[in-house]
Design a protein around this ligand. Structure first.
Ligand SMILES: Cc1cc2nc3c(=O)[nH]c(=O)nc-3n(C[C@H](O)[C@H](O)[C@H](O)COP(=O)(O)OP(=O)(O)OC[C@H]3O[C@@H](n4cnc5c(N)ncnc54)[C@H](O)[C@@H]3O)c2cc1C
Length: 465
C-alpha cells in the first residue's frame, strides 16, 4: 500500500516532517505537541560511505565498501552486529546458492570455527549466533570499517543540490551528525530513506497488513539423537518434523501461535526454536513492537515450560535466550529506480545489471490469525530471477542506496528475496557501488555498469581464495 493513503499507514510529509514517518497514526491521534527548539549539533565525521543498520545486508555493504578503499562508517542501534542473524537469534541462512564473495567467506569462517554446518548445499546453512557476533566484528575491523554501536539514526538532511549529506543519530553521546558522500539504508525497515523523504510502500496492497513478527529462542538441555524426529532437516518433507513438534506441544497442553513450529539444530546440544507469530503489528510503532515482544516472550516461556513438564526426552529442556530484538519480516519497501515485482518472479526475469540471483520461492507468512497460522497460498510460482542494481538506488533522493529487505520491490517479491543469503549479496553490491561512486564523486546510478561488474567479479574471486 502506498504510504500516503491509509490511516493505518505512516503519514509521510517530506524531509521537514520526516520524523512523522516513524510513528503511526494511532499514536499521533489526540496528542499534545511540544515545539522543540532548533539547535546546532556536531558533525562528528566525514566518511565516503555511511551505512546505517548492521544486519546481514549492512555488514556486507560496509565490508565491501571498506575493501574497495572507501572510508566507511557503520551505524547500528543494537549492541552487536548482525541484525536478525544475532540480535534476532536466527541461526539459519537461506538461499546460499550462487552467492560468491562475502557470503561464502562468512560461511567458510564459521566452518573453520566449528560453529556451523551446511544443512543443504546451495540452500541452507546453520550457525552459532554468539560466534557469528564475534566473527562479524572481526571481519569488519579487518576490512577497516569504523563501527558505532548503540546508536540510532533519527533524522536525515540533504544539501543545496538536494543530495543526501547527513545522517543524524541519537545515543549516549547525544545528538550527532555523520557526513558522507554516499549513504546506504540497511535498517531493514527503511528508516533512513523514510527520514530523508523517500516514498515507500508498506504491507500488502489491499490493506497494508504486514507479515507477522516472530521471536526466536535458543534451547539446550536436550540431545539431537533423542529429539531428531522433531528437528528440521532430518526428513525429506520439512513439514513432517514441524507437525510432530506441534503434536508434541498439543500433548503438553499448549498451542503455538505459529502453526508450523520449527526446531533447528545448531550443535548436537543447542537448538533454535521458531514457534511464535505476532500478527497485526506494525514494525514502525514502538508501542506495537513492545506489546509484541512481551507477548511473544511470555508465549515462548510457556511453550518451553509445558514441554519440560511432559518429561521424557524433554525433561531437562532449558530456555537459554530469547531475541534482543523481535524478528521483523517486513518493513518499508523504499521506492527505487526499478521495482522487483511478482511478475519478475513468474517470468524468472534476467537483467543486464543483475547483482543477485534469487532461488528462494514466495514465502508469505499469514498476516492475520483469522487467515491461518502458517504460510499463505498466493498462487504465484516463482522461477529463479535477478535483482537489478537499480532496485537498490533510491528514486526520490540522490546519493542514497538501499540494501537488504528494504530495497524496492512489491509485497510478493519481497517475501522471496528477503532471506539473508540474498541480503548479503545485495549489501555487497551496494557497498562496492557506493565506494566507486564516492571515489569518482558521482551518483551511484552514474557509475558505469562495466566498472561495477568488473569490481564485483574481482571482489568475488578475491574473497573466494
Ligand atoms: C522470524 C524470522 C525468521 C526468518 N527466517 C529466515 C531464515 O530462516 N533464513 C534466512 O535467511 N532469513 C530469514 N529471515 C530473514 C529476514 O527475513 C530478513 O529479511 C533479513 O533480516 C534481512 O536482512 P537485513 O540486513 O535487511 O535486515 P535486518 O536483519 O533486520 O537488519 C537491520 C539492522 O538495522 C538496524 N537498525 C534498524 N533501524 C535502525 C536505525 N534507525 N538506526 C540504526 N540501526 C537501525 C537493526 O538493529 C538491524 O541490526 C527471517 C526473518 C524473521 C524476522
Amino acid at each position: 500500500m502506498k504510504h500516503k493513503l491509509n490511516r493505518r499507514q505512516f503519514i509521510h510529509l517530506g524531509t521537514a516532517l520526516a520524523s512523522a514517518g516513524i510513528c503511526n497514526a494511532d499514536e499521533r491521534q489526540n496528542q499534545l505537541t511540544y515545539h522543540e527548539a532548533t539547535r546546532d549539533i556536531p558533525i562528528v565525521e566525514r566518511a565516503d560511505v555511511v551505512v546505517c543498520g548492521a544486519g546481514p545486508a549492512g555488514v556486507a555493504a560496509a565490508m565491501a565498501a571498506a575493501r574497495c578503499g572507501a572510508k566507511t562508517r557503520l551505524i547500528e542501534v543494537n549492541g552487536c552486529l548482525g541484525g536478525i542473524w544475532t540480535a534476532g537469534l536466527l541461526c539459519w541462512i537461506l538461499d546460499t546458492k550462487d552467492k560468491p564473495g562475502l557470503l561464502v567467506e562468512i560461511m567458510s569462517r564459521i566452518l573453520e570455527k566449528q560453529a556451523g554446518y551446511v544443512n543443504k548445499p546451495g540452500y541452507s546453512f546453520a550457525y552459532d549466533v554468539e560466534v557469528m557476533k564475534w566473527l562479524l566484528e572481526q571481519m569488519c575491523v579487518e576490512a577497516g570499517v569504523r563501527i558505532q554501536l548503540h546508536t540510532r539514526v533519527v533524522a536525515a538532511a540533504r544539501d543545496k543540490q538536494d543530495r543526501f549529506n547527513l545522517a543524524i543519530t541519537e545515543s549516549k553521546s547525544g545528538r550527532q551528525a555523520w557526513a558522507g558522500k554516499v549513504f546506504i539504508d540497511a535498517t531493514g525497515d527503511g528508516d533512513l530513506a523514510a527520514l530523508a523523504g523517500c516514498g515507500f510502500d508498506l504491507g500488502r496492497p489491499k490493506d497494508g497488513k504486514t507479515q507477522p513478527m516472530s521471536m526466536m529462542a535458543i534451547l539446550a538441555g536436550v540431545q539431537f539423537e533423542q529429539i531428531k524426529e522433531f528437528v528440521r532437516g532430518t526428513e525429506k518433507n520439512s513439514n513432517v518434523p514441524k507437525l510432530k513438534l506441534l503434536a508434541e506441544l498439543r500433548k503438553a497442553g499448549v498451542d503455538s501461535s505459529y502453526g508450523k513450529p520449527t526446531l533447528f539444530r545448531i550443535h548436537d546440544d543447542l537448538f533454535c526454536l521458531a514457534a511464535n507469530h505476532e500478527y497485526d503489528v506494525l514494525p514502525t510503532s514502538a508501542a506495537n513492537l513492545t506489546e509484541a515482544t512481551m507477548r511473544a516472550r511470555a508465549e515462548i516461556n510457556s511453550l518451553v515450560n509445558a514441554l519440560r513438564r511432559v518429561g521424557g526426552v524433554w525433561k531437562n529442556l532449558r530456555l537459554v535466550a530469547t531475541n534482543e530484538h523481535i524478528g521483523v519480516r517486513e518493513g518499508r519497501r523504499i521506492h527505487g529506480l526499478y521495482t522487483v515485482s511478482a511478475e519478475d518472479l513468474k517470468q524468472g526475469l534476467r537483467h543486464k545489471d543483475s547483482i543477485c540471483r534469487v532461488y528462494f520461492g514466495v514465502d508469505v507468512h499469514s498476516v492475520s490469525e483469522s487467515e491461518g497460522k502458517g504460510i499463505t497460498r498466493t498462487g504465484v510460482r516463482s522461477r529463479a530471477y535477478d535483482i537489478p542494481l537499480r532496485s537498490l538506488i533510491a528514486k526520490d533522493v540522490n546519493g542514497l542506496m538501499m540494501a537488504g529487505r528494504c530495497i524496492s520491490g512489491d509485497f510478493i517479491a519481497h517475501s522471496s528475496y528477503r532471506v539473508t543469503g540474498n541480503a548479503v549479496a545485495l549489501g555487497q553490491a551496494a557497498g562496492l557501488t557506493a565506494a566507486l561512486a564516492a571515489k569518482t564523486h558521482c551518483l551511484p546510478q552514474d557509475v558505469p555498469w562495466e566498472q561495477i561488474k568488473t569490481t564485483l567479479t574481482r571482489f568475488d574471486m578475491d574473497t573466494l581464495e
